[in-house]
Design a protein around this ligand. Structure first.
Ligand SMILES: *Cc1c(COP(=O)(O)O)cnc(C)c1O
Length: 453
């Protein structure tokens, strides 16, 4: 009998997050203050973030304890199951073993609350009353709405317009948890008004929505802070609960991954599953390949440049050393809204630069077809973002078949797609297009970056 799923007892949920910075071959370069171009300080960061989050952002400690209050909320859905994709293996007729970590079991439907909960907690502890944030596909906004509710915080979400129009249900989830949600660009902020003046039909972008959310937080420094759903070190730190659980569960399955795969927007679900396994690679010499999967329409890792860039469009965030397409890059309106981000977090970018991880870009139709196959073999309808990881896992399994190798594949199923059925409707109707930016399009926004490395 092939065991199907590996469930950790609640009492064995890991109680600390892992900080990748402690074990990297080369630490990432520091963030730079956008005005002075000097390394960012605690003081710079704590203007926009809760102090404890700013501290974690700069921390080099290997492990950070998960507060009991945060663990308590995690236990609503954690530990999350590790599942053997026996149905998918059979359909592919592959000798490979395929496992996935199911982060779609959270109330929000994705991995995002792993960081939303501690972010809300540390802000509440500091006496902050209101949080602002951006959201792409609506996953992060709903995660922060869910998390903020537990600590009685007001939550204001700026949602990228293309998703606001395509995905009304996530907005309704946010409203249900008591948050306010606006279609970005709005006329509330200067960044939004400027974008609308340039193009009244502007469909928005994550970078622009971040600018709006930061600007609105900076207006009320006594009561309000900004929260970010990805990219920054503290967010990736919180997500490592996924990989820490997966290590224990792979032991239960008596297996070790040869390759670990995650899709990448800013890098949080990928970092979350990958970092604890990279610790095994760096500290125990395990031969583990780690692969980040991006959409071909937003190829920051495979075609971007390693430069200092802003996390947003208006330059409110520190300058981050990242693989980037330039903060003015406007990806096409693919369904995987959470992957439409111009850059990758500093840790991931440094790891790629050092060739400690790999990156691959996959076209939209291939990912959504992988999603359909997964739904029909494993039952779960995956989020369009997560289908990127599935598509890469399928490529690995097919290669294993050609080579007759029994490799073990682990990927992060970052979320379910039950409220992203519009993407499936488009695929099934034959309406999906593959969009690949030209070299000229990428050069246009990359060339405008200041060369600070
Ligand atoms: C937000 C999101 C992503 C992309 O963000 P990362 O920070 O790169 O993980 C991927 N999958 C799902 C389901 C998401 O909601």
């Amino acid at each position: 009998m092939k065991r199907k799923k590996f469930i950790l007892p609640e009492g064995q949920m890991p109680t600390r997050w892992y900080n990748m910075v402690a074990d990297m071959p080369h630490a990432p370069r520091p963030y730079l203050n956008a005005r002075t171009h000097k390394p960012t300080t605690m003081a710079d960061l704590s203007i926009i973030l809760a102090e404890e989050l700013a501290r974690q952002e700069l921390s080099t400690e290997r492990y950070i304890e998960i507060p009991e209050e945060v663990q308590q909320i995690y236990r609503i859905w954690r530990p999350a199951p590790l599942v053997r994709a026996t149905g998918l293996e059979k359909a592919l007729d592959t000798p490979a073993k395929i496992f996935f970590k199911n982060e779609g079991v959270s109330p929000v439907g994705s991995h995002k609350p792993n960081s939303a909960v501690p972010q809300a907690y540390y802000n509440h502890k500091q006496g902050i009353r209101r949080l602002t944030t951006e959201t792409g596909a609506g996953q992060w906004g709903s995660a922060l709405a869910f998390a903020g509710r537990h600590f009685g915080l007001d939550v204001e979400v700026y949602m990228v317009r293309v998703s606001y129009d395509q995905k009304p249900y996530r907005r309704l989830m946010m409203n249900t948890w008591g948050a306010q949600c606006f279609s970005s660009p709005t006329t509330k902020s200067e960044a939004g008004r400027a974008a609308l003046a340039r193009d009244p039909h502007c469909m928005g972008s994550l970078g622009l929505a971040i600018s709006e959310a930061v600007e609105m937080a900076l207006r009320e420094p006594d009561t309000t802070r900004y929260c970010l759903g990805s990219v920054m070190n503290h967010v990736l730190l919180h997500q490592t609960i996924t990989g820490e659980e997966a290590i224990l569960q792979m032991e239960m399955a008596d297996a070790e991954p040869d390759v670990v795969i995650g899709c990448i927007g800013g890098g949080s679900n990928f970092g979350g599953i990958a970092f604890p396994f990279l610790r095994k690679k760096f500290c125990e010499g395990k031969a583990i390949r780690v692969v980040a999967v991006e959409p071909e329409s937003c190829p920051k890792l495979t075609r971007g440049h390693f430069e200092y860039d802003y996390g947003d469009m208006s330059g409110y965030t520190p300058m981050i050393p990242m693989y980037t397409l330039g903060h003015e890059f406007q990806p096409s309106a693919i369904h995987a809204g959470g992957l439409r981000y111009h850059g990758a977090g500093a840790i991931i970018s440094q790891l790629l630069h050092d060739q400690a991880i790999e990156a691959v870009a996959v076209p939209q139709t291939e990912t959504m077809q992988a999603g359909i196959l997964f739904a029909r073999t494993e039952g779960i309808i995956p989020a369009p973002e997560s289908t990127h990881a599935i598509a890469a896992a399928i490529r690995e399994a097919e290669q294993a078949k050609r080579e007759g190798s029994e490799k073990t594949i682990l990927f992060n199923l970052s979320g379910h797609g039950t409220i992203d059925l519009y993407a499936y409707e488009q695929l099934l109707a034959g309406n999906l297009r593959d969009d690949r930016p030209t070299d000229e399009e990428i050069a246009r926004t990359v060339e405008r970056l200041e060369k600070l490395m």
